[in-house]
Design a protein around this ligand. Sequence first.
Ligand code: UD1
Ligand code: UDP
Length: 354
Amino acid sequence: MRVAVVLGTRPEIIKMSPLIRELSSREMEYHVIHTGQHYDHHVSDIFFRELELDIPDLYLGIGSGSHGEQTGKALSALEKAFQKLKSELVLVQGDTNTVLAGALAGVKLGLKVGHVEAGLRSYDLRMPEEHNRRLADHCCHHLFAPTDNSAEILKGENVWGDIHVTGNTVIDACMQNMDIAESKSTVDIPGDYVLVTAHRAENVDDPRVLLQLIETFEGIPREKVYPIHPRAEKMFKQTKLFDRLKDIQGMHVIKPQGYLEFLMLMKNARYILSDSGGIQEEACSPNIRKKVFVLRRSTERPEAVEAGFAEVVGTDSEDILGAIDRFEDGKWKPGPCPYGDGRAAERIVDIISR
Ligand code: UD1
Ligand code: UDP
């Protein structure tokens, strides 16, 4: 069986890396196809190098654009790629435009398609990710749900694919790379700091939210490390708020970090402020275990909230600072990691090999 592993953005490269390693160690026939949705070195190539992945078999170069344009270009290019590589089974991961394009291109060619990280729902239809994950879940043959909760959501929606609870491959990635990060990371770790990321369209494309984020960072009397996503950097600059952001006392705005560096930044942070999906999961990993204040109105990762790691605090600076104060004053005792034991990739490859 020839497997096509489709990826296009930073989190897909990281979360697909354990699967690629597993396919490779079992000597299965597979190809990696990069749509080129992310193309800058710091959000793409650096991960292939750090995670010791071979360069993709095909690079489609679709680049940035509106959602329709990006998804359409990827759909058309992936259809040709699957035909060229004679793919038989397609694997997509997560909720990006690349995922929707990969799932549709595969199913329309009559190939089997597996969705890794299926069954997540934010119930927030402003989010492009919510459209992508819902549509992908409803056209895939194999649904690899990270938790029982996501499997229940899929059953409730009567999806026609088969559902398997596997854990999340991001925990595999954290487990496989932390020791390497300890010895190879090149990032400077300030003594005591808060780690910050923000890149969601519904946040950084809204100047009012950018201002609230700035007011939040100004209200935190600690060092803050912010590896800035290209979308966020563009929007802070467009709104002329970038200088104010950089000039905040104790603020370190740095380029997006490689995975080894980011693992060290998570592990050593006092706490994390983020609107990222993957970071909510990684914060629960047994070798990270950090509190994440989720800078959003909702989360598709309620397991991280129930386990005590994540807290959805919205984007209003007073609300966020209030939640941080309560955390700093209290005793924090999270539960076990809800996203599996670091063997999700092994289970997924077992299932597709049957
Ligand atoms: C995408 C995903 C999002 C995911 C994120 C991971 C969709 C709809 N969104 O968001 O779910 O959380 O990736 O990081 O698929 N840009 C660059 N260099 C790059 C890539 C992007 O400068 O290499 C800039 C461009 O100005 C571009 C903007 O970032 O227009 C947005 O990029 P895009 O891939 O459309 O969405 P992300 O915000 O990165
Ligand atoms: N990450 C990274 N460097 C950074 C910021 C994030 O390697 O500077 C990793 C992080 O560890 C996680 C993933 O990127 O695995 C999350 O990506 P992002 O937040 O862009 O996307 P999301 O998970 O929200 O889709």
